[in-house]
Design a protein around this ligand. Structure first.
Ligand code: HEC
Length: 174
């Protein structure tokens, strides 16, 4: 009997449409999204924002412009810019310029998501390759993103790109 249930389960799973272009049925969608939120909230509850870190501090967020513009904007968009049109995936990455999306998460929940990523969604984890300082800077950046003007975003990115180009030239001289 157990074997039959197992076979039915596997057969159903194989017939399930895994295409990135076809949304889950509503109950499946609900279970996945509730499960994701619950998991993030439970794990993040054990964290504290370290003393001395202020996620509303603009100079902390500024440090993350390189990370955000290179590693996040293609999927999540940026002030004045939508995500890359070829970034077709499901679940869809939401616009982090939208206050309703960002404010649904507390500071430590945002940090947790950025550090660990979200399994089976395409959301990347910065934890293994970034310092704690960088992780909190990216968290501050996301926290402030809904209030950032397109002009400010573009100015920060232009400055970052100039510095990166200058650093590249300096390296070539060695
Ligand atoms: C390859 C695409 C991709 C990249 C790159 C990416 N993300 Fe995500 N992100 C996702 C997806 C997909 C989700 C989950 C959406 C869902 O489950 O509904 C997500 C979820 C999130 C969330 C939770 C918001 C919400 O409620 O949906 C945050 C915050 C976030 N990402 C921040 C970032 C940051 C910061 C970066 C850059 C370091 C980044 N992401 C890079 C695809 C991406």
């Amino acid at each position: 009997m157990a074997l039959i249930s197992l076979l039915v389960f596997v057969y159903t799973a194989l017939r399930y449409d895994v295409a990135a272009t076809s949304p889950h049925s509503q109950p499946v969608e609900w279970v996945l999204s509730e499960g994701m939120q619950h998991s993030v909230r439970t794990h993040a509850a054990e964290l504290e924002v370290p003393e001395g870190i202020d996620l509303r501090d603009a100079s902390l967020a500024d440090k993350a412009i390189g990370h955000y513009s290179v590693a996040c904007a293609t999927c999540h968009g940026a002030p004045g810019e939508s995500r890359a049109p070829w970034m077709v995936m499901y679940p869809e990455p939401r616009a982090l310029t939208d206050a309703a999306v960002v404010n649904a998460w507390s500071d430590r929940e945002l940090y947790w998501i950025i550090k660990h990523g979200i399994k089976d969604t395409g959301m990347i984890a910065l934890g293994p390759t970034h310092s704690e300082g960088d992780l909190w800077a990216v968290t501050a950046f996301v926290r402030q993103l809904p209030d950032m003007s397109p002009d400010r975003y573009r100015a920060l990115r232009a400055r970052y790109q100039q510095n990166a180009a200058a650093a590249g030239h300096a390296e070539h001289r060695h």
